[in-house]
Write a protein that binds this ligand. Sequence first.
Ligand code: GLU
Length: 483
Amino acid sequence: MGAARMGDMKLYTIILIITSLCMLLGCDAQDSFDKIQSEGELVVVSRNSPTTYYLAKDGPTGFEYALTGLLAEEMGVALRIKTAFNLYDLFTQLSDKDADIAAAGLTLTEGRAARYPHSIAYSQLTPQVVYVAGNFRPRSVSDLTTMDIVVLAESSHVDTLHTLQKNEAADLTWEEIDEADTMQLLELLKLGQADVAIVDSNEFAVQQSFYPRQKVAFDLYEEQDMVWYLAPDTDNTHLITFINTFLERLNSDGTMARLREEHFGHSDGVSRISAHVFTQNMRQTLPLYRRLIRQVATEYQMDWHLLAAMAYQESRWDPNATSPTGVRGMMMLTKPTARELGVENRLDVNQSLRGGARYLKDLKRRLPKRLQEPDRTWMALAAYNIGLGHLEDARVITQRQGSNPDLWQDVMQRLPLLQESKYYKKTRYGYARGKEAVTLVQNIRHYYSILVWQDIPDNQPTPPLHSEDYFPEGINNFRLQTF
Ligand code: GLU
Protein backbone atom coordinates (compact mmCIF):
# COMPACT_ATOMS: atom_id res chain seq x y z
CA MET A 1 0.00 0.00 0.00
CA GLY A 2 2.70 2.41 1.22
CA ALA A 3 4.98 1.48 -1.69
CA ALA A 4 2.14 1.98 -4.14
CA ARG A 5 1.51 5.45 -2.74
CA MET A 6 5.21 6.28 -3.01
CA GLY A 7 5.06 5.19 -6.65
CA ASP A 8 2.06 7.49 -7.21
CA MET A 9 3.89 10.37 -5.61
CA LYS A 10 6.89 9.86 -7.91
CA LEU A 11 4.62 9.78 -10.94
CA TYR A 12 2.92 13.00 -9.83
CA THR A 13 6.28 14.68 -9.32
CA ILE A 14 7.44 13.63 -12.79
CA ILE A 15 4.20 14.90 -14.39
CA LEU A 16 4.53 18.15 -12.46
CA ILE A 17 8.11 18.66 -13.62
CA ILE A 18 7.17 17.93 -17.24
CA THR A 19 4.20 20.28 -17.07
CA SER A 20 6.30 23.07 -15.58
CA LEU A 21 9.01 22.55 -18.20
CA CYS A 22 6.36 22.60 -20.91
CA MET A 23 5.00 25.86 -19.59
CA LEU A 24 8.49 27.35 -19.46
CA LEU A 25 9.66 26.12 -22.84
CA GLY A 26 6.35 26.07 -24.66
CA CYS A 27 5.48 22.43 -25.30
CA ASP A 28 3.56 22.01 -28.53
CA ALA A 29 0.93 19.81 -26.93
CA GLN A 30 -0.36 22.71 -24.86
CA ASP A 31 -0.25 25.49 -27.39
CA SER A 32 -3.54 26.88 -28.62
CA PHE A 33 -2.18 26.33 -32.13
CA ASP A 34 -2.38 22.57 -31.61
CA LYS A 35 -5.77 22.83 -30.00
CA ILE A 36 -7.07 24.66 -33.10
CA GLN A 37 -5.49 22.06 -35.36
CA SER A 38 -6.89 19.12 -33.48
CA GLU A 39 -10.36 20.68 -33.33
CA GLY A 40 -10.12 21.56 -37.01
CA GLU A 41 -11.47 25.08 -36.59
CA LEU A 42 -10.28 28.55 -35.80
CA VAL A 43 -12.85 30.44 -33.76
CA VAL A 44 -12.78 34.19 -34.29
CA VAL A 45 -14.90 36.74 -32.47
CA SER A 46 -15.68 39.87 -34.46
CA ARG A 47 -18.15 42.74 -34.70
CA ASN A 48 -20.98 42.75 -37.20
CA SER A 49 -20.14 45.90 -39.11
CA PRO A 50 -19.32 46.93 -42.68
CA THR A 51 -15.60 47.16 -41.93
CA THR A 52 -15.23 43.88 -40.10
CA TYR A 53 -17.76 41.14 -40.84
CA TYR A 54 -21.24 41.13 -42.32
CA LEU A 55 -23.50 39.00 -44.45
CA ALA A 56 -23.68 39.96 -48.08
CA LYS A 57 -25.71 38.42 -50.84
CA ASP A 58 -23.19 35.70 -51.56
CA GLY A 59 -22.50 35.00 -47.94
CA PRO A 60 -20.26 36.44 -45.25
CA THR A 61 -17.70 39.11 -46.09
CA GLY A 62 -15.70 41.97 -44.55
CA PHE A 63 -12.03 42.81 -44.02
CA GLU A 64 -11.57 40.72 -40.89
CA TYR A 65 -13.56 37.87 -42.37
CA ALA A 66 -11.31 37.82 -45.44
CA LEU A 67 -8.13 38.08 -43.39
CA THR A 68 -8.98 35.45 -40.79
CA GLY A 69 -10.28 33.23 -43.61
CA LEU A 70 -6.80 33.30 -45.14
CA LEU A 71 -5.26 32.52 -41.77
CA ALA A 72 -7.56 29.53 -41.25
CA GLU A 73 -6.69 28.33 -44.74
CA GLU A 74 -3.00 28.60 -43.95
CA MET A 75 -3.55 26.60 -40.78
CA GLY A 76 -5.56 24.04 -42.70
CA VAL A 77 -8.65 24.46 -40.55
CA ALA A 78 -12.17 25.82 -40.94
CA LEU A 79 -13.07 29.34 -39.87
CA ARG A 80 -15.91 29.92 -37.44
CA ILE A 81 -16.92 33.54 -36.83
CA LYS A 82 -18.77 34.57 -33.72
CA THR A 83 -20.17 38.04 -33.37
CA ALA A 84 -20.17 40.23 -30.30
CA PHE A 85 -22.94 42.65 -29.36
CA ASN A 86 -20.52 45.24 -28.12
CA LEU A 87 -16.84 45.55 -27.29
CA TYR A 88 -17.36 44.40 -23.73
CA ASP A 89 -18.99 41.21 -24.99
CA LEU A 90 -16.15 40.76 -27.47
CA PHE A 91 -13.44 40.82 -24.81
CA THR A 92 -15.53 38.68 -22.47
CA GLN A 93 -15.81 36.00 -25.16
CA LEU A 94 -12.04 36.13 -25.52
CA SER A 95 -11.42 35.95 -21.77
CA ASP A 96 -13.85 33.06 -21.48
CA LYS A 97 -11.93 31.32 -24.29
CA ASP A 98 -15.07 31.16 -26.39
CA ALA A 99 -12.84 32.35 -29.23
CA ASP A 100 -9.18 31.90 -30.16
CA ILE A 101 -8.76 35.36 -31.65
CA ALA A 102 -10.59 38.69 -31.59
CA ALA A 103 -10.42 40.31 -35.02
CA ALA A 104 -12.63 43.37 -35.19
CA GLY A 105 -10.75 46.51 -36.21
CA LEU A 106 -9.31 46.67 -32.72
CA THR A 107 -6.85 49.30 -31.67
CA LEU A 108 -3.75 48.41 -29.68
CA THR A 109 -4.04 50.02 -26.26
CA GLU A 110 -1.87 49.71 -23.17
CA GLY A 111 -4.73 48.41 -21.06
CA ARG A 112 -5.67 45.69 -23.52
CA ALA A 113 -2.04 44.72 -24.13
CA ALA A 114 -1.58 44.16 -20.40
CA ARG A 115 -4.38 41.63 -20.41
CA TYR A 116 -4.38 40.04 -23.86
CA PRO A 117 -1.53 38.79 -26.03
CA HIS A 118 -1.69 40.43 -29.46
CA SER A 119 -0.38 40.15 -33.00
CA ILE A 120 1.82 42.61 -34.83
CA ALA A 121 -0.03 45.55 -36.38
CA TYR A 122 -1.74 44.77 -39.69
CA SER A 123 -3.20 48.19 -40.32
CA GLN A 124 -3.23 51.71 -38.93
CA LEU A 125 -6.15 53.89 -37.95
CA THR A 126 -6.69 57.39 -36.72
CA PRO A 127 -9.45 58.35 -34.30
CA GLN A 128 -11.46 61.14 -35.86
CA VAL A 129 -14.04 63.61 -34.69
CA VAL A 130 -17.06 63.52 -36.99
CA TYR A 131 -19.65 66.31 -37.18
CA VAL A 132 -22.59 67.27 -39.37
CA ALA A 133 -21.64 69.75 -42.10
CA GLY A 134 -23.51 73.01 -41.64
CA ASN A 135 -23.36 72.77 -37.85
CA PHE A 136 -20.58 74.16 -35.68
CA ARG A 137 -17.30 72.53 -36.66
CA PRO A 138 -14.97 71.91 -33.69
CA ARG A 139 -11.30 72.33 -34.49
CA SER A 140 -9.61 71.36 -31.26
CA VAL A 141 -10.11 69.33 -28.09
CA SER A 142 -11.07 72.45 -26.18
CA ASP A 143 -13.90 73.10 -28.65
CA LEU A 144 -15.27 69.68 -27.72
CA THR A 145 -15.85 70.54 -24.08
CA THR A 146 -19.17 72.20 -24.84
CA MET A 147 -20.38 69.53 -27.24
CA ASP A 148 -22.34 66.28 -26.92
CA ILE A 149 -19.86 63.56 -27.82
CA VAL A 150 -20.78 59.94 -28.50
CA VAL A 151 -18.32 57.07 -28.55
CA LEU A 152 -18.54 53.26 -28.50
CA ALA A 153 -18.46 51.92 -24.94
CA GLU A 154 -15.24 50.00 -24.10
CA SER A 155 -13.56 51.35 -27.21
CA SER A 156 -10.01 52.59 -27.46
CA HIS A 157 -11.48 56.07 -27.94
CA VAL A 158 -12.77 56.05 -24.39
CA ASP A 159 -9.15 55.61 -23.24
CA THR A 160 -8.07 58.43 -25.54
CA LEU A 161 -10.78 60.73 -24.16
CA HIS A 162 -9.69 59.91 -20.60
CA THR A 163 -6.11 60.81 -21.51
CA LEU A 164 -7.21 64.10 -23.08
CA GLN A 165 -9.41 64.84 -20.09
CA LYS A 166 -6.46 64.34 -17.79
CA ASN A 167 -3.89 66.26 -19.83
CA GLU A 168 -5.73 68.89 -21.84
CA ALA A 169 -9.39 69.44 -21.10
CA ALA A 170 -10.60 68.54 -17.62
CA ASP A 171 -14.23 69.39 -18.41
CA LEU A 172 -14.47 67.03 -21.38
CA THR A 173 -17.50 64.75 -21.09
CA TRP A 174 -18.96 62.11 -23.40
CA GLU A 175 -21.63 59.47 -23.69
CA GLU A 176 -20.66 55.82 -24.17
CA ILE A 177 -22.97 53.90 -26.50
CA ASP A 178 -23.29 50.18 -25.99
CA GLU A 179 -23.11 48.95 -29.58
CA ALA A 180 -20.68 47.05 -31.77
CA ASP A 181 -21.00 49.14 -34.92
CA THR A 182 -19.88 52.76 -35.13
CA MET A 183 -22.64 53.35 -37.63
CA GLN A 184 -24.96 53.58 -34.64
CA LEU A 185 -22.99 56.67 -33.56
CA LEU A 186 -23.40 58.27 -36.97
CA GLU A 187 -27.08 57.46 -36.75
CA LEU A 188 -27.28 59.50 -33.52
CA LEU A 189 -25.57 62.42 -35.25
CA LYS A 190 -28.03 62.16 -38.09
CA LEU A 191 -30.95 62.27 -35.68
CA GLY A 192 -29.48 65.32 -33.98
CA GLN A 193 -29.07 63.40 -30.73
CA ALA A 194 -25.35 64.16 -30.55
CA ASP A 195 -23.01 66.84 -31.90
CA VAL A 196 -19.96 64.76 -32.67
CA ALA A 197 -18.95 61.11 -32.80
CA ILE A 198 -15.50 59.63 -32.29
CA VAL A 199 -14.90 57.06 -35.00
CA ASP A 200 -11.88 55.34 -36.53
CA SER A 201 -10.75 56.68 -39.88
CA ASN A 202 -11.19 53.37 -41.72
CA GLU A 203 -14.75 52.95 -40.46
CA PHE A 204 -15.77 56.49 -41.28
CA ALA A 205 -14.27 56.20 -44.76
CA VAL A 206 -16.64 53.33 -45.46
CA GLN A 207 -19.69 54.65 -43.68
CA GLN A 208 -19.50 58.21 -44.88
CA SER A 209 -21.25 57.34 -48.12
CA PHE A 210 -24.30 56.43 -46.06
CA TYR A 211 -24.11 59.79 -44.33
CA PRO A 212 -23.02 62.34 -46.91
CA ARG A 213 -23.70 65.27 -44.58
CA GLN A 214 -21.18 64.04 -42.06
CA LYS A 215 -17.56 65.07 -42.21
CA VAL A 216 -14.31 64.83 -40.31
CA ALA A 217 -13.82 67.86 -38.07
CA PHE A 218 -10.26 66.94 -37.04
CA ASP A 219 -8.10 63.99 -36.00
CA LEU A 220 -8.59 63.45 -32.29
CA TYR A 221 -5.26 61.72 -31.80
CA GLU A 222 -2.29 60.31 -33.64
CA GLU A 223 -2.37 57.19 -35.77
CA GLN A 224 -2.77 53.93 -33.87
CA ASP A 225 -2.13 50.26 -34.60
CA MET A 226 -4.82 47.72 -35.45
CA VAL A 227 -4.09 44.27 -34.01
CA TRP A 228 -5.67 40.91 -33.29
CA TYR A 229 -5.98 39.92 -29.66
CA LEU A 230 -5.61 36.35 -28.42
CA ALA A 231 -7.21 34.53 -25.53
CA PRO A 232 -5.40 35.28 -22.26
CA ASP A 233 -3.97 32.78 -19.77
CA THR A 234 -3.23 30.26 -22.51
CA ASP A 235 0.01 29.18 -24.08
CA ASN A 236 -0.15 31.06 -27.36
CA THR A 237 3.55 30.97 -28.22
CA HIS A 238 3.22 28.89 -31.35
CA LEU A 239 0.00 30.56 -32.47
CA ILE A 240 1.40 34.09 -32.16
CA THR A 241 4.55 33.20 -34.08
CA PHE A 242 2.43 31.63 -36.79
CA ILE A 243 0.09 34.63 -36.98
CA ASN A 244 2.90 37.17 -37.07
CA THR A 245 4.76 35.32 -39.82
CA PHE A 246 1.49 35.11 -41.74
CA LEU A 247 0.74 38.83 -41.34
CA GLU A 248 4.30 39.79 -42.28
CA ARG A 249 4.03 37.76 -45.46
CA LEU A 250 0.68 39.36 -46.36
CA ASN A 251 2.22 42.76 -45.73
CA SER A 252 5.19 42.10 -47.95
CA ASP A 253 3.56 40.23 -50.83
CA GLY A 254 0.89 42.86 -51.41
CA THR A 255 -2.08 40.77 -50.21
CA MET A 256 -2.74 43.06 -47.28
CA ALA A 257 -2.70 46.17 -49.45
CA ARG A 258 -5.10 44.52 -51.86
CA LEU A 259 -7.50 43.49 -49.11
CA ARG A 260 -7.36 46.93 -47.52
CA GLU A 261 -8.11 48.54 -50.84
CA GLU A 262 -10.95 46.13 -51.50
CA HIS A 263 -12.57 46.76 -48.14
CA PHE A 264 -11.68 50.32 -47.15
CA GLY A 265 -10.46 51.67 -50.46
CA HIS A 266 -11.61 54.86 -52.08
CA SER A 267 -11.82 56.06 -55.59
CA ASP A 268 -13.41 59.40 -56.39
CA GLY A 269 -14.79 59.49 -52.89
CA VAL A 270 -16.84 56.35 -53.35
CA SER A 271 -16.23 53.51 -50.96
CA ARG A 272 -15.73 50.20 -52.66
CA ILE A 273 -17.46 47.91 -50.26
CA SER A 274 -21.03 47.49 -49.24
CA ALA A 275 -21.84 51.19 -49.11
CA HIS A 276 -20.83 51.50 -52.71
CA VAL A 277 -22.66 48.38 -53.76
CA PHE A 278 -25.74 49.55 -51.93
CA THR A 279 -25.77 53.04 -53.44
CA GLN A 280 -25.09 51.54 -56.83
CA ASN A 281 -28.04 49.20 -56.41
CA MET A 282 -30.20 52.07 -55.18
CA ARG A 283 -29.36 53.92 -58.35
CA GLN A 284 -29.56 51.10 -60.84
CA THR A 285 -31.94 48.50 -59.51
CA LEU A 286 -34.28 50.09 -57.01
CA PRO A 287 -35.87 52.47 -59.56
CA LEU A 288 -37.06 49.39 -61.48
CA TYR A 289 -39.09 48.15 -58.53
CA ARG A 290 -39.65 51.27 -56.47
CA ARG A 291 -43.17 51.93 -57.70
CA LEU A 292 -44.22 48.33 -57.19
CA ILE A 293 -42.64 48.16 -53.74
CA ARG A 294 -44.47 51.35 -52.73
CA GLN A 295 -47.74 50.03 -54.07
CA VAL A 296 -47.46 46.70 -52.26
CA ALA A 297 -46.35 48.43 -49.06
CA THR A 298 -49.39 50.72 -49.19
CA GLU A 299 -51.67 47.71 -49.68
CA TYR A 300 -50.25 46.07 -46.60
CA GLN A 301 -50.07 49.33 -44.63
CA MET A 302 -46.36 49.18 -44.15
CA ASP A 303 -43.49 51.60 -44.66
CA TRP A 304 -42.20 51.05 -48.19
CA HIS A 305 -38.61 51.69 -47.06
CA LEU A 306 -38.90 48.67 -44.82
CA LEU A 307 -40.23 46.44 -47.59
CA ALA A 308 -37.45 47.72 -49.88
CA ALA A 309 -34.83 47.07 -47.16
CA MET A 310 -36.15 43.55 -46.63
CA ALA A 311 -36.11 42.84 -50.35
CA TYR A 312 -32.55 44.15 -50.56
CA GLN A 313 -31.41 41.98 -47.68
CA GLU A 314 -33.15 38.95 -49.11
CA SER A 315 -32.21 39.16 -52.77
CA ARG A 316 -30.42 42.44 -53.53
CA TRP A 317 -33.62 43.28 -55.44
CA ASP A 318 -33.14 40.34 -57.74
CA PRO A 319 -36.51 38.78 -58.68
CA ASN A 320 -34.77 35.63 -59.92
CA ALA A 321 -32.64 35.05 -56.84
CA THR A 322 -32.30 31.40 -55.89
CA SER A 323 -30.37 29.95 -53.00
CA PRO A 324 -28.91 26.45 -52.77
CA THR A 325 -31.34 25.75 -49.94
CA GLY A 326 -34.31 26.26 -52.22
CA VAL A 327 -35.54 29.70 -51.20
CA ARG A 328 -36.39 31.84 -54.17
CA GLY A 329 -37.43 35.17 -55.57
CA MET A 330 -37.21 38.81 -54.55
CA MET A 331 -38.35 38.00 -50.99
CA MET A 332 -36.64 34.60 -50.83
CA LEU A 333 -39.66 32.61 -49.75
CA THR A 334 -39.45 28.92 -48.99
CA LYS A 335 -41.79 26.62 -50.88
CA PRO A 336 -44.04 25.81 -47.89
CA THR A 337 -44.30 29.49 -46.87
CA ALA A 338 -45.13 30.47 -50.43
CA ARG A 339 -47.84 27.82 -50.56
CA GLU A 340 -49.30 29.03 -47.29
CA LEU A 341 -49.32 32.60 -48.60
CA GLY A 342 -50.96 31.66 -51.87
CA VAL A 343 -47.86 32.50 -53.90
CA GLU A 344 -47.94 30.32 -56.99
CA ASN A 345 -44.85 31.57 -58.73
CA ARG A 346 -42.09 32.71 -56.39
CA LEU A 347 -40.14 34.22 -59.28
CA ASP A 348 -43.01 36.57 -60.09
CA VAL A 349 -41.84 39.78 -58.42
CA ASN A 350 -45.38 40.96 -57.81
CA GLN A 351 -46.37 37.78 -56.04
CA SER A 352 -43.11 37.54 -54.14
CA LEU A 353 -43.35 41.09 -52.73
CA ARG A 354 -46.99 40.58 -51.79
CA GLY A 355 -46.15 37.25 -50.18
CA GLY A 356 -43.32 38.78 -48.15
CA ALA A 357 -45.35 41.81 -47.05
CA ARG A 358 -48.27 39.61 -46.10
CA TYR A 359 -46.06 37.21 -44.20
CA LEU A 360 -44.52 40.03 -42.17
CA LYS A 361 -47.89 41.55 -41.47
CA ASP A 362 -49.15 38.18 -40.36
CA LEU A 363 -46.22 37.66 -38.03
CA LYS A 364 -46.66 41.12 -36.54
CA ARG A 365 -50.31 40.38 -35.87
CA ARG A 366 -49.46 37.14 -34.11
CA LEU A 367 -46.95 38.71 -31.74
CA PRO A 368 -48.21 39.58 -28.25
CA LYS A 369 -50.24 42.81 -28.20
CA ARG A 370 -48.05 44.56 -25.67
CA LEU A 371 -44.99 44.66 -27.98
CA GLN A 372 -44.47 48.26 -29.03
CA GLU A 373 -42.99 49.68 -32.22
CA PRO A 374 -40.29 49.64 -33.42
CA ASP A 375 -39.41 46.51 -31.41
CA ARG A 376 -42.51 44.80 -32.74
CA THR A 377 -41.23 45.17 -36.29
CA TRP A 378 -37.67 44.03 -35.49
CA MET A 379 -39.04 40.95 -33.74
CA ALA A 380 -41.36 40.17 -36.63
CA LEU A 381 -38.36 40.40 -38.95
CA ALA A 382 -36.47 37.93 -36.76
CA ALA A 383 -39.48 35.61 -36.90
CA TYR A 384 -39.54 36.08 -40.69
CA ASN A 385 -36.13 34.46 -40.64
CA ILE A 386 -36.36 31.76 -37.95
CA GLY A 387 -40.07 31.46 -37.22
CA LEU A 388 -42.27 32.59 -34.34
CA GLY A 389 -41.60 29.49 -32.23
CA HIS A 390 -37.87 30.09 -32.00
CA LEU A 391 -38.39 33.79 -31.41
CA GLU A 392 -40.70 32.91 -28.54
CA ASP A 393 -38.00 30.60 -27.13
CA ALA A 394 -35.51 33.47 -27.21
CA ARG A 395 -38.03 35.72 -25.46
CA VAL A 396 -38.53 33.11 -22.74
CA ILE A 397 -34.75 32.92 -22.19
CA THR A 398 -34.64 36.72 -22.08
CA GLN A 399 -37.26 36.79 -19.36
CA ARG A 400 -35.58 34.00 -17.42
CA GLN A 401 -32.37 35.96 -17.43
CA GLY A 402 -34.11 38.95 -15.93
CA SER A 403 -34.23 41.11 -19.08
CA ASN A 404 -37.17 42.48 -21.00
CA PRO A 405 -38.65 40.04 -23.56
CA ASP A 406 -40.49 42.92 -25.23
CA LEU A 407 -37.32 44.79 -26.17
CA TRP A 408 -35.46 43.83 -29.32
CA GLN A 409 -32.19 45.00 -27.76
CA ASP A 410 -32.60 42.38 -25.02
CA VAL A 411 -34.01 39.59 -27.18
CA MET A 412 -31.31 39.92 -29.85
CA GLN A 413 -28.73 39.11 -27.22
CA ARG A 414 -30.48 35.83 -26.45
CA LEU A 415 -31.29 34.66 -29.98
CA PRO A 416 -27.73 33.33 -30.52
CA LEU A 417 -28.13 31.18 -27.40
CA LEU A 418 -30.52 29.02 -29.43
CA GLN A 419 -27.40 27.62 -31.06
CA GLU A 420 -25.95 26.43 -27.75
CA SER A 421 -27.11 23.04 -26.58
CA LYS A 422 -27.01 24.19 -22.96
CA TYR A 423 -29.87 26.54 -23.83
CA TYR A 424 -31.74 24.99 -26.72
CA LYS A 425 -32.09 21.67 -24.91
CA LYS A 426 -34.40 23.41 -22.50
CA THR A 427 -36.47 25.32 -25.07
CA ARG A 428 -39.70 24.25 -26.66
CA TYR A 429 -38.62 24.42 -30.29
CA GLY A 430 -34.93 23.54 -29.93
CA TYR A 431 -31.94 24.53 -32.02
CA ALA A 432 -32.18 27.54 -34.32
CA ARG A 433 -29.66 29.70 -36.16
CA GLY A 434 -30.37 32.65 -33.94
CA LYS A 435 -27.19 34.48 -34.76
CA GLU A 436 -28.06 34.62 -38.41
CA ALA A 437 -31.52 35.98 -37.56
CA VAL A 438 -29.92 38.81 -35.56
CA THR A 439 -27.52 39.65 -38.38
CA LEU A 440 -30.36 39.74 -40.88
CA VAL A 441 -32.49 42.04 -38.74
CA GLN A 442 -29.57 44.35 -38.06
CA ASN A 443 -28.73 44.49 -41.77
CA ILE A 444 -32.33 45.31 -42.66
CA ARG A 445 -32.39 48.08 -40.04
CA HIS A 446 -29.19 49.42 -41.52
CA TYR A 447 -30.54 49.51 -45.09
CA TYR A 448 -33.86 50.83 -43.86
CA SER A 449 -32.27 53.84 -42.21
CA ILE A 450 -30.30 54.68 -45.34
CA LEU A 451 -33.40 54.44 -47.51
CA VAL A 452 -35.39 56.59 -45.11
CA TRP A 453 -32.64 59.15 -45.01
CA GLN A 454 -32.41 59.30 -48.78
CA ASP A 455 -36.10 59.86 -49.06
CA ILE A 456 -36.66 62.71 -46.64
CA PRO A 457 -36.12 65.90 -48.62
CA ASP A 458 -35.95 67.97 -45.42
CA ASN A 459 -32.93 66.02 -44.35
CA GLN A 460 -31.05 66.62 -47.49
CA PRO A 461 -28.28 69.16 -47.44
CA THR A 462 -28.40 72.29 -49.53
CA PRO A 463 -26.44 71.72 -52.73
CA PRO A 464 -22.77 72.46 -52.27
CA LEU A 465 -20.75 74.42 -54.80
CA HIS A 466 -19.25 71.31 -56.33
CA SER A 467 -21.71 68.58 -55.67
CA GLU A 468 -19.27 65.83 -56.59
CA ASP A 469 -17.08 66.97 -53.69
CA TYR A 470 -19.92 66.57 -51.35
CA PHE A 471 -21.84 63.47 -52.29
CA PRO A 472 -20.47 60.12 -53.26
CA GLU A 473 -21.13 59.64 -56.93
CA GLY A 474 -23.66 56.87 -56.41
CA ILE A 475 -25.86 58.98 -54.19
CA ASN A 476 -25.83 61.88 -56.62
CA ASN A 477 -26.99 59.78 -59.51
CA PHE A 478 -29.60 58.14 -57.39
CA ARG A 479 -31.00 61.51 -56.42
CA LEU A 480 -31.10 62.71 -59.97
CA GLN A 481 -32.99 59.70 -61.13
CA THR A 482 -35.51 59.36 -58.41
CA PHE A 483 -36.38 62.80 -57.11
N1 GLU B 1 -10.95 50.61 -32.93
C1 GLU B 1 -11.93 50.74 -31.88
C2 GLU B 1 -11.45 49.94 -30.68
O1 GLU B 1 -10.55 49.16 -30.79
C3 GLU B 1 -13.28 50.24 -32.27
C4 GLU B 1 -13.92 50.99 -33.41
C5 GLU B 1 -14.37 52.38 -33.07
O2 GLU B 1 -14.85 52.62 -31.95
O3 GLU B 1 -14.27 53.25 -33.95
O4 GLU B 1 -11.98 50.05 -29.62
